[in-house]
Write a protein that binds this ligand. Structure first.
Ligand code: ZN
Ligand code: ZN
Ligand code: FE
Ligand code: FE
Length: 264
């Protein structure tokens, strides 16, 4: 089984479970490695109510140490963060990157302007939105995140479809410029299985995106985005099938921000 690098902790205030429970689930699933990547702090605080505070970083490192201790001799534990791509965030991401020997950083677009569009709290806003314009804005933002080169893994590429608001027609017109930017950056993407459990009822990204990404030579990881121990490695067999059907024969592993391949 590939590694599962995209998982959360209670520090973000919308995940549950002890690190030991996540490790037990990862070992039971036979993963090659397990990684934590909780929602990174953003300044100035409080930025919103779904991430750790800056002063909690030491607590986060303690959770990772607990996971390592519990996992010793059974599975490798990697440490990362899921960082938000926000206008002008570059120096903050560089600051965070220098604070710890991270194994990888995940970059995610959860915000368009001041709207965390994937937050169910603001679902009503979608009904009165221009979906085509939002998608255009989202993918331009996503491509800019890729071009920054600040992240090892580009998170849940088409999260914008979460509530199943999709423009009409062939969506590859949105995917292609983003894929070109990611391929240029040399960074990896993730196949995030959480989307199967959201209104969009599809993994992130869609299979058409994955096929184009594979063709462009973009490396892949498979992630659960677990917010509870029971979600670790969720749907991985199905994800492996999907990745293979889109042309992938390997995924990648990270250690100290270097990457190596592993056969699927
Ligand atoms: Zn979350
Ligand atoms: Zn660490
Ligand atoms: Fe996310
Ligand atoms: Fe996440």
């Amino acid at each position: 089984m590939p590694a599962d690098y995209h998982t959360h902790t209670p520090l973000c205030r919308h995940a549950s479970g002890d690190p030991e429970e996540y490790i037990d689930a990862a070992v039971a699933a036979g993963l090659s490695a397990f990684g934590l990547s909780d929602h990174a702090p953003v300044l100035p605080e409080p930025f919103d109510d779904w991430r750790m505070f800056e002063h909690q970083l030491p607590e986060y490192f303690q959770l990772i140490e607990r996971a390592r201790k519990h996992a010793a001799g059974r599975i490798d534990v990697r440490c990362g963060l899921e960082c938000d791509w926000l206008p002008g965030c570059e120096s903050w991401i560089a600051d965070l990157a220098a604070r710890h020997p991270w194994d990888y950083l995940i970059g995610s677009v959860h915000y368009l302007d001041d709207w965390d569009f994937d937050n169910p709290k603001w679902l009503g806003r979608w009904a009165e939105s221009d979906v085509e314009a939002l998608w255009t804005h989202y993918w331009q933002t996503y491509a800019a995140m890729a071009r920054s080169g600040l992240f090892d893994i580009m998170g849940h590429a088409d999260l914008i479809k979460k509530f199943a608001f999709r423009p009409a027609g062939d969506l590859r017109r949105f995917y292609e410029p983003a894929i070109a930017a990611i391929a240029d950056s040399g960074k990896a993407i993730e196949l995030n299985t959480a989307g199967w459990h959201k209104p969009c009822a599809e993994a992130y990204p869609a299979d058409a995106f994955l096929a184009l990404a594979c063709e462009a030579g973009i490396p892949l990881v498979i992630s659960s985005d677990a917010h509870a121990p029971t979600e670790v490695a969720r749907d991985f067999p199905k994800a492996i099938e999907l990745a293979k059907s889109c042309g992938y024969a390997e995924t990648v592993l990270f250690e100290q921000r270097t990457r190596r391949n592993e056969a699927l």
